[in-house]
Design a protein around this ligand. Sequence first.
Ligand SMILES: Cc1cc2nc3c(=O)[nH]c(=O)nc-3n(C[C@H](O)[C@H](O)[C@H](O)COP(=O)(O)O)c2cc1C
Length: 81
Amino acid sequence: MSLAAIEEGLGTCWIGEFKEDKVKEILNIPENIRVIVMLALGYPAKAPAARLRKKLVEIVAYGGWRSWPPGVPVSFLGGSV
Ligand SMILES: Cc1cc2nc3c(=O)[nH]c(=O)nc-3n(C[C@H](O)[C@H](O)[C@H](O)COP(=O)(O)O)c2cc1C
C-alpha cells in the first residue's frame, strides 16, 4: 500500500504507537477485531532523499538465527542476542 501510494504521488507513515481502544471506539470497530497498525496517507510536504539500507544478507536469515558478521552477536535495541 505504501509503495502504491508513492506511485500516486502520495506518502505514508506507519503508525504502530496508538491507543487501540480509542481508535476502535472512534471508528466503531467491533470488540473482536484487533487494530495492530495504522497507515497515515497524504501528500508529503517534502520528498526526503533515500536512506542507506543494509544489504539483505545482513538482515535476513533462512532456516534459523545467525549473526552477522558470522560470530559477532547482533545488537538489538542496545542489548545483544
Ligand atoms: C511497524 C512500524 C511502526 C511504526 N510506528 C510509527 C509510529 O507510531 N509513529 C511514527 O511517527 N512513525 C512510525 N513508524 C515509521 C518509522 O518511524 C519510519 O519513519 C518509517 O518506518 C520509515 O523509515 P524506514 O524506511 O527506515 O523504515 C513505524 C514504522 C513501522 C515499520
